[in-house]
Write a protein that binds this ligand. Structure first.
Ligand code: AMP
Ligand code: ZN
Length: 478
């Protein structure tokens, strides 16, 4: 099944084909480390993880880059307010972010470059733009990107969304990193030092100053993935101005197309409004863990809707996610128990053939769903149908043959390599324990119950409970 993704550049779902064979370069705009990320932010990062996992599931070799924005307007404001240093301030939020990323089951990006460690690359990129005549130093000492000059070279500003450029107020500039569509204007690449910046300043050909937010991502993505790469993603609020400006800076400097596929995730809402720091309507992962939810449950919830659809976050919704996940866990745990039962054949147990069909159907339908622009609702429906069928068999038969359970677990693991909701810890039975249990079974067969009981105690002392089954035994870790 070919992988189809909705490309914001073409406003259509297209077959995903990388630039170089099976290799995929993927860049996701990372966190601005000025506070703990809220679960709206996490919706976007979990979406990025789903994209990566789907690409890997489809056989691609992904290089996943996610930057850390550790210098920008909001950060500098807080560093000043808290009378601390930039590194000390951003360091604690960066660590918290990476911890939460792991807790939420996201695969670690291959590179997590920090903006402050790429100042030479940022300066070199701005120098290129100045040399090509699309950037200029203004009277305030800052360097701006000239939209007019850029368009004059035949370049297209407004690739990700329709902009009414004719209403643009020529000559206007914006110095701040965030601005609205209504104020399309030349934007800052290098911001001249102002006393409020304190120690946060670097030397440059244009004097002391610091980079603008947009140029950071262009410089780091080009360095990590080349001048043209496959896939760039972020939340939908980043389309403008951030991503539009990234395209302008990158294409303005290299003269080459910047990115082949742009993917944007819809927002997580609270009562119809975007979850955001500024509205104060947010929860961090830590807030939810403190309320008794697990990171897996939060991940499940964030993955419950299609990435291009907004959805409302509620605690009731999260409670629903908890019980949905518990249904999967219960089924998987029964499969694990069956796979761990050693040396028994039950006449009425679920046979390999029955489960095999259910598993190959699940894998087929799941692949169809997830490769169709990450149709996650259809993908979950397939999983729950499989859980339902498997539970039905367990109800009828009580036991499942070892091989049938193994096939089922491996099908679930394939599916979970995309969903990433994790599995309950594997019970690995050490060789020594297995051998003791077999000796105990032999002793029982020889009616040497004293020896059998002694071995049972020995196993217990080693932390294993052995339970007798009609034709064998199974283990429980104490
Ligand atoms: P920031 O740390 O503010 O740069 O944001 C990090 C990412 O979170 C960006 O890709 C944003 O688009 C995304 N984001 C912010 N708020 C939300 C939200 N309510 N729902 C989904 N994504 C969001
Ligand atoms: Zn970015």
């Amino acid at each position: 099944m070919a992988l189809k993704l909705f490309n914001t550049l073409t406003r259509s779902a297209q077959e995903f084909t990388p630039l170089h064979g099976k290799k995929v370069g993927m860049y996701c705009c990372g966190p601005t480390v000025y506070d703990f990320a809220h679960i709206g932010n996490w919706r976007t990062f979990v979406f990025a993880d789903l994209v990566r996992r789907t690409l890997e599931f489809s056989g691609y070799d992904v290089t996943h880059v996610m930057n850390i924005t550790d210098v920008e307007d909001k950060i500098i404001k807080r560093v000043r307010e808290q009378k601390t240093t930039l590194r000390e301030f951003t360091g604690k939020f960066e660590t918290a972010f990476l911890d939460d990323l792991k807790a939420l089951g996201c695969r670690q990006p291959h590179q997590t470059p920090r903006a402050t460690e790429h100042i030479p690359e940022i300066i070199a990129l701005i120098e290129k733009l100045v040399a090509r005549g699309v950037a200029y130093q203004a009277a305030d000492g800052s360097v701006y990107f000239s939209i007019e000059k850029y368009r004059g070279c035949g370049c297209h500003y407004g690739q990700l969304l329709k902009l009414n450029l004719d209403e643009m107020r020529a000559g206007e500039r914006v110095a701040s990193d965030e601005y609205e569509k209504e104020s399309i204007a030349d934007f800052a690449l290098w911001k001249a030092f102002v006393p409020e910046d304190g120690d946060v300043t670097w030397d440059s050909p244009w004097g002391k100053g610091r980079p603008g937010w947009h140029i950071e991502c262009s410089a780091m993505s080009i360095k990590a993935l080349g001048e043209t790469f496959d896939l760039h993603l972020g939340g939908e609020d980043l389309k403008f101005p951030h991503h539009e400006d990234e395209i302008a800076q990158s294409e303005g400097a290299t003269g080459k197309p910047f990115v082949k596929f742009w993917l944007h995730g819809a927002h997580l809402l609270v009562e119809g409004k975007k979850m955001s720091k500024s509205l104060g309507n947010y929860f961090t992962l830590r807030d939810l863990v403190a309320k008794g939810f697990t990171a897996r449950e939060v991940r499940y919830l964030l993955l419950s809707a299609h990435y291009r659809e907004t959805f409302n976050f509620t605690l009731d919704g999260l409670t629903g996610a908890k019980s949905a996940l518990a249904r999967i866990d219960e089924c998987v745990s029964k499969l694990r128990q069956s796979a761990n039962i050693v040396g028994i054949v039950q006449p009425d147990q679920i046979k390999l053939q029955e489960q095999q069909n259910a598993c190959s159907n699940m894998l087929h339908d799941f692949t169809d769903a997830i490769t169709n622009d990450l149709n996650i609702s259809a993908a979950w429906a397939v999983v729950f149908e499989w859980v339902r069928e498997t539970n039905k068999r367990f109800k009828k038969n009580n036991h499942m043959a070892n091989d049938a359970a193994s096939v089922s677990l491996s099908a679930w693991e394939k599916v979970d390599s995309v969903l990433g909701v994790g599995k309950q810890a594997d019970i690995e039975i050490p060789e020594e324990i297995l051998s003791l249990a077999k000796t105990r079974l032999e002793a029982k067969g020889n009616r040497d119950f004293k020896k059998a009981d002694a071995i049972r105690d020995e196993l217990k002392a080693k932390g294993w409970l052995v339970e007798d089954m009609p034709l064998g035994f199974k283990f429980k870790k104490l």
